[in-house]
Design a protein around this ligand. Structure first.
Ligand SMILES: [Zn+2]
Length: 88
């Protein structure tokens, strides 16, 4: 079994090779050369615009902070109700 060195190895920022739509919101256009977030999804990649990427990253930072606290989450306190992500 491989040693786990990172929980976020399957994401990276990249510059769009060609214009495409953000995969969180089809109305978000990522123009060629703009930076976006690339997330591994099975054998392909999902691409998000910067605005959505910041939401996703912020949410994961909170998630990681919670994990780092090593508390068992029992949903009685903070978040979980619904994600602040209005993009979906
Ligand atoms: Zn977007």
């Amino acid at each position: 079994m491989a040693r786990i060195k990172s929980l976020v190895i399957q994401v990276q920022i990249d510059a769009a090779g060609k214009a495409h739509n953000c995969q969180a919101n089809a109305r978000h256009r990522v123009e060629k050369g703009e930076f976006g977030l690339k997330v591994r999804n099975g054998r392909s990649w999902d691409h998000y615009c910067r605005a959505c990427a910041e939401i996703i990253i912020d949410r994961d930072i909170r998630k990681l902070t919670d994990l780092r606290g090593f508390e068992i989450s029992n949903a009685s306190h903070h978040h979980d109700a619904r994600p602040p992500d209005s993009a979906r």
